[in-house]
Write a protein that binds this ligand. Structure first.
Ligand code: FES
Length: 70
């Protein structure tokens, strides 16, 4: 199993690796694929929220990050 981490994909979803619990707004656990990576929607268009369904490819999602200040 990969060390827990979240990777921001360019113009795409968040890739989740490792054992990181996913909770809804009421802190209920949302089941995730066991032992493998999964992807969370960042564009807001997915029909399977909170998971990515690939729709970001068709909606011209701009996932550029805001400049970081020190
Ligand atoms: S990031 Fe993939 S559907 Fe939203």
């Amino acid at each position: 199993m990969t060390d827990p981490r979240i990777t921001i994909r360019g113009n795409g979803p968040l890739k989740i690796d490792g054992d990181i619990p996913l909770l809804d707004h009421e802190e209920n656990i949302i089941p995730t694929p066991e032992g493998r990576s999964y992807f969370l929607c960042r564009c807001g268009v997915s029909t399977k929220k909170p998971f990515c369904d690939g729709s970001h490819r068709d909606c011209e999602f701009d996932g550029a990050l805001a400049p970081q200040e020190d």
